[in-house]
Design a protein around this ligand. Sequence first.
Ligand code: UDX
Ligand code: ADP
Length: 458
Amino acid sequence: MNFKKNILCIGAGYVGGPTMAMIAHKCPQYKVTVVDINPVRIAEWNSDHLPIYEPGLDKIVRQARNRNLFFSTEVDQNIKRSDVIFVSVNTPTKTFGAGNGMTADLQYWEKTARQILQSAESSKIIVEKSTLPVKTALAMERILTSNQSGIYFDVLSNPEFLAEGTAINDLENPDRVLIGSHQTKKGLKARDVLVEIYENWVPKERIITSDIWSSELSKLVSNAILAQRISSINAISALCEKTGADIVEVSKAVGMDHRIGDRFLNASVGFGGSCFKKDILNLVYLCQNYGLHEVADFWKGVVNINEYQKERFVLNMLAAMFNTLAGKRICLFGFAFKADTGDTRESPAFFIANRLIEEKVELVITDPKALKNAKNDLDEFKEEVSFVEDPYKAASGCHAIAILTEWVLYQNLDFEKIYRSMLKPAFIFDGRNIIDHQKVFEIGFNVYPIGKPALTHF
Ligand code: UDX
Ligand code: ADP
């Protein structure tokens, strides 16, 4: 079949996979190929067990795969054949040298740029899809224009705003699609090619355009502001616990002001995920580089409160359980960084598991989708941790349960049955405020929510 356009995506991860599946689903006239250097990942994308769990993803992949959606490890050949290349390789936080622990590690991304340069035989549009620090597109453009072959690359910024767990809906009905381009004739022409792709399903007024730098910065700032809301409410949750106020009541009252809005005001054990911390630290590093130390400190505070919230959760457990956790058996309900994903990157559960292991706790971890990743993450603690899929079996014989992921299934458990199987006094620490605290208190649990008075039998 003759396709109207050949679209390639380099990097078959949480962003590249679902985004390309949606383009293929909405645009049967395009051939969409996703390549990755990891052959296991590609084999999984081509199998019945996709490498990531995302509600609704299986269905659209199954419909489009081998029709106009292809997964391959053949990077060079596919670069040659493509008209538009999305780059969505990973950009983790650097763990060495200058900017260690703060700025993005750009080695995968630079390798990709060089590979495009090496393999391309005709002009192409390159779309930057990974979250990258501001001005990376310029660096990419410099690498791509270092050739003498007469081939021309237009570099666009098109940040992805999908959230895991709701990726399919976010892709299908985005609040906005943002495209940054050079404001030159060529830049605008390339931008229009990308606009045309999205216009297949996104209403025109939701496709917004800007210069490249503003587009890149908008992604960092969106994530920073979302995370800032969570840190704001989490900071107040600490005050509520001291003063007897209820954070859920406070959030509700504050969120009903339509200037503020009610979303992203749920107090929690802390935010996780691959984006928030990484993006804020990028922003902080950027501000520091420009000598904007006050601005850097402001945003660093968002990450600091998140670290404080996770540590506070552990210290609350310790204080509630008579200042010793050594030898106690504690069950973590949830290891994913949020509900409806198997992703555990930067999950607060990882931090809490490590801290509890330091306190010599015997850990039992349960999660409906993230146990495989949890096992990898905690590989060095085989002696201290067990993994149990069934939450009833996981909690049996434990001194305490800590709810760390807001899976709906934890709201509907039979807590009487769970209580009967646990050691007494039994504790429940609800790091997501998702269960009926009064009800489980009446069953016999000592209950410690976030930002609300504890309900105890002592
Ligand atoms: C985020 C952004 O929302 C998305 O636009 C961007 O593209 C990538 O980063 P993601 O990290 O997938 O998405 O999930 P998100 O729903 O934002 O949740 C992030 C973390 O914040 C999770 O750990 C979640 O549990 C936590 N959270 C969220 C809270 O603790 N309270 C809230 O009110 C909302
Ligand atoms: P994200 O959450 O941003 O999508 P992931 O880590 O899930 O990040 O996915 C990034 C993917 O990019 C990984 O599967 C990784 O193997 C792939 N990748 C990294 N470098 C290259 C490269 N040079 N060529 C092709 N794929 C790459």
